[in-house]
Write a protein that binds this ligand. Structure first.
Ligand SMILES: [Zn+2]
Length: 448
């Protein structure tokens, strides 16, 4: 008996040791903010840095329009600083020791106090909370799943609908596509919480709109950021063996897949996958958006950071034909958001105000199922903490973002009777190039 207990204790000790040993540490890692490139030469130097310094983690991609944040390991510090200086790139230190910031954040996130917005929450807490909301409010809330992740976790969705018989327009929201952007699931869950406890003056938000929300779309990656590596971004699939797992889910959608802003190297953070929709998380989202394209009027996907309200498109500098409507609604949302705490957002297409990216969920939602208002919202901050936004800022970020979301919802409710019909959308799709695989989607069959 004693021997057995000893073995169990040894087992527990070994497990704890393995967890601690495998957790990636960021002691001595720094985050630099490199001033925005002033000319093509500086821009090319940034691209060269990204290409050749494989271990430098670009928290934001090189851009002529905004500063670029890079995280550098202690071994690469001297080399990187020399490169920046020799190319005339001005920089400053945003975070002096990444590990210290990670630890500060983690002390709070390990507290077990149920669902709240003082701390970042584990997946289990979020999913249990969604189920309890549905259990206590069966007439309004239902939980389900749009699919399963690579590691078999539920891609849990909550549907909120007060008047199913009214056939309200739907707002589809997802969060946590990128695992390390913890503020995103905090905001998506906050939106759910607000919708379940609306004040009388906001009652219209559930009377006239239905909400389909997947708060954590990359649950494998999200759990990995708590257990192993706080700064993990991608999914956790193993297309290339164990060395470089994961795919950038927001480059994996089958709309101009693998074009601008992607990297074929599976070890990189913007690897778009071996083929479009290789990832069940992206594929399930696309199927849901496509199958419900007649009802969904807005698609909001929450990321961090940079404080941007992004319209389509990222893959091209061409703008959608209704860009002005998208921009003006985005501006109104950003204004309402700013009124709460003064947080400023920029509004526009990524190819114009940020940098190009392709195969994103936002571009897909607009380009294939033809969802009218498709936005990526890059939440706080502007690089002081980046992905490591302190827990003290969770609630204020949620509160201000909610005001922006309300503006979108009221516009969608107002436009209810108009909007494209199914045949408009069908025709816009079958007009495409016959080789375009999206045409096949109309018949419900997805080509690989
Ligand atoms: Zn992101």
């Amino acid at each position: 008996m004693l021997k057995a207990r000893g073995l169990i204790l040894l087992g527990i000790a070994l497990t704890v040791a393995t967890i601690i040993a495998s957790e990636k540490r960021y002691s001595g890692y720094k985050v630099y903010t490199v001033k925005k490139a002033r000319n093509d030469t500086e821009y090319k130097a940034l691209l060269e840095l990204q290409k050749n310094f494989k271990k430098v983690d670009f928290w934001s991609d090189p851009s002529k329009r905004r500063p670029t944040d890079i995280m550098v390991s202690p071994e690469d510090l001297t080399k990187t600083e020399q490169f920046l200086s020799s190319h005339g790139l001005e920089y400053s230190v945003a975070i002096n020791d990444v590990q210290r910031v990670v630890e500060k954040e983690n002390v709070r996130s390990t507290r077990q106090s149920g669902m709240n917005w003082r701390d970042y929450q584990r997946l289990r807490t979020i999913h249990d909370w969604l189920d309890s909301l549905a259990a206590f409010n069966p007439q309004v809330a239902q939980t389900g799943s749009i699919g399963r992740s690579t590691e078999g976790r539920n891609l849990k969705m909550i549907k909120l609908s007060k008047n199913p018989e009214k056939k309200n327009p739907v707002i589809y929201i997802d969060g946590g596509i990128h695992a390390r952007e913890w503020i995103s699931p905090a905001v998506t869950t906050y939106i759910i919480g607000k919708l379940m406890s609306l004040s009388p003056q906001d009652a219209d938000l559930l009377e006239n709109v239905d909400w389909h929300i997947v708060p954590v779309l990359n649950p494998d990656g999200y759990e990995y950021t708590f257990n192993e590596d706080r700064l993990w971004r991608k999914s956790r699939s193993l297309h290339n063996g164990p060395n470089c797992p994961g795919v950038d889910l927001n480059r994996n959608f089958d709309f101009h897949w693998g074009e601008a802003g992607t990297n074929d190297d599976p070890c990189r953070n913007t690897y778009p996958g071996p083929y479009p929709f290789s990832e069940p998380e992206a594929n399930s989202t696309a199927s849901y958006l496509f199958n419900n394209r007649n009802k969904i009027r807005a698609y909001l996907t929450f990321h961090s950071y940079s404080q941007l309200w992004l319209t389509p498109y990222g893959y091209t500098e061409d703008l959608p034909s209704d860009y002005e409507e998208l921009e003006s609604l985005g501006l109104r949302a950003a204004r309402a958001l700013q009124e709460v705490y003064g947080t400023e957002y920029e509004v526009g297409a990524p190819s114009h105000i940020l940098y190009s990216n392709s195969g994103s969920s936002r571009d897909y939602a607009k380009g294939v199922p033809g969802i009218k208002y498709s936005y990526t919202i890059e939440l706080r901050d502007q690089g002081d903490f980046g992905f490591l936004l302190p827990p003290q800022q969770i609630l204020s970020t949620c509160e201000e973002t909610w005001e922006g979301v309300k503006v979108i919802a009221r516009q969608v409710a107002r436009e209810r009777p108009s909007g494209p019909t199914f045949s408009d959308i069908y025709n816009s799709i079958v007009d495409r190039d016959p080789d375009d695989r999206t045409k096949v989607d109309v018949a419900g069959i997805r080509l690989r």
